[in-house]
Design a protein around this ligand. Structure first.
Ligand code: GDP
Length: 443
């Protein structure tokens, strides 16, 4: 997602390169790029205006930091501002002191509300919080069945009264049931419409009044674009939301909705949906999203994903190495193995900047490229893997590796060059000068 924005910012960034101070004149071009990028990413116009104004004020008012290029400083300011707009830190789901915690799901039809209900239930189950899902969408054909099926799949009970009972009554009885059974959290799936609809809002408001939720989550499709701002405003004004779940972030690259939701409602995005499967839910981290917008890739998500597979200490070490540009070909091999153990290469690649636009065809090519790289690395000596610079200066070593791996010298040289370029790039990103929140510099 957000790759258009990442590319724009990169070019804005390039234009500042080589100048030693941020000034009113040299910043205009970069600001224009940021503005255009945000609009293209479907961020609401008003949100864009305010964002640009903030960035400009901060950039012009910022002190020149010795040793820091203005482009770096500019990107840092844009990053900080993105984080500020999307909320400072991850806000978890409400957890009431007295059970059950009641979570009300709201949103248009097709946004992924029912799916998100099940995703959330699974997420809570992993935290040992027992859940009851309540099916109040009596209008959409098979919505009740859909929730029942999902419930079976994740082994979470569903409360339903078919399609002939008033949704408010279903919700009320669902909570009674949860109380009687000592269930920790009730998630109420509600009916959506294809667009904002008086009756839908009125019904939601009635349900909300009756169940007094601890969390009212607006489920919003990341592909909604500009409309996200209006939807958020309407839902917030009519029923009041306390958070949002941004779904389908795995899809189209437009992510402007993420910026609009918080800015307009003040309510944090709590989770993001990244696929159709019930497991595809992640907490929303503004600083990571900002890094991703800036084209730094979602390194932390990548590391976290890896950490689910391997032990955390190992992953943290890897992250540090990446940021300090100290990682070598051994780490590269380790990462390759990890990627394989994580299953889909596509899913992992999507987290890397510039990679999220890849088609299946390109993914396949990427996969075979990785295999090629792996076999080349396998033909390196231990010393060469630990010290990639050895290869840059030695054609004879590269020739030997080419012979050993059965690939051409050109292919070996290319890998060595690409690898060293990547290290340099990461070094840049890892530099303390950025001071990116959540991104450890080399110290
Ligand atoms: P509802 O009408 O809001 O309850 O929407 P559903 O939960 O039925 O979801 C509508 C469609 O979106 C279904 O085909 C889901 O599989 C799909 N969907 C839901 N969440 C995601 C997501 O995060 N990513 C993707 N790619 N698809 C999703």
């Amino acid at each position: 997602m957000f790759d258009a924005l990442a590319e724009r910012l990169e070019s804005a960034w390039k234009k500042l390169r080589g100048q030693d101070k941020i000034s009113e004149s040299n910043i205009q071009e970069a600001l224009r790029e940021v503005r255009r990028a945000l609009l293209e990413a479907d961020v609401n116009l008003q949100v864009v205006k305010e964002f640009i104004a903030e960035v400009e004020t901060k950039a012009l008012g910022s002190e020149v930091i010795a040793g820091v290029q203005p482009d770096q400083q500019f990107i840092k300011i844009v990053h900080e501002e993105l984080v500020a707009v999307m909320g400072e830190s991850n806000v978890p789901l409400a957890h009431a002191e007295r059970a059950p915690t009641v979570v009300l799901m709201a949103g248009l039809q097709g946004t992924g509300k029912t799916t998100a209900t099940a995703k959330l239930a699974l997420h809570l189950r992993k935290q040992n919080r027992s859940t009851l899902m309540v099916a109040t969408d009596i209008y959409r054909p098979a919505a009740v069945d859909q929730l029942v099926t999902l419930g079976k799949q994740i082994n979470v009970p569903v409360f339903e009264l078919g399609t002939d009972t008033d949704p408010v009554e279903i919700a009320r009885q669902g909570i009674e049931r949860a109380k009687a059974e000592g269930i920790d959290t009730v998630i109420i799936d509600t009916a959506g419409r294809l667009q904002i609809d008086r009756d839908m809002m009125a019904e939601l408001a009635r349900i909300k009044e009756t169940v007094e939720p601890d969390d009212t989550l607006l489920v919003i499709d990341a592909m909604t674009g500009q409309e996200a701002a209006n939807l958020t405003r309407t839902f917030h004004e009519e029923i009041g939301i306390s958070g949002a779940i941004l779904t389908k972030l795995d899809g189209d690259s437009r992510g402007g909705a993420a910026l609009s939701v918080r800015k307009i409602s003040g309510a944090p995005i709590k989770f993001v949906g990244v696929g159709e499967k019930v497991e595809a839910l992640q907490p929303f981290y503004p600083d990571r999203m900002a890094s991703r917008i800036l084209g730094m890739g979602d390194v932390l998500t990548l590391v976290e994903k890896a950490a689910e597979e391997v032990d955390i200490a190992d992953a943290e070490k890897m992250h540090e190495k990446i940021m300090a540009a100290q990682f070598d070909f051994n780490d590269f091999l380790k990462q390759m193995r990890l990627m394989k153990s994580m299953g889909s290469l596509g899913g992992v690649l999507k987290l890397i900047p510039g990679m999220n636009k890849l088609t299946d065809d390109q993914l396949e090519k990427g996969e075979s490229q990785l295999k090629l790289s792996e076999s080349i690395v396998n033909s390196m000596t231990k010393e060469e893997r630990q010290n990639p610079d050895l290869l840059a200066g030695s054609p004879s070593r590269r020739r030997r590796i080419a012979r050993g791996s059965g690939h051409s010298e050109k292919e070996v040289s290319k890998l060595v060059t690409d690898f060293s370029r990547m290290r340099t790039m990461m070094q840049r990103m890892g530099q303390g000068a950025f001071g990116m929140p959540g991104m450890a510099g080399p110290g």
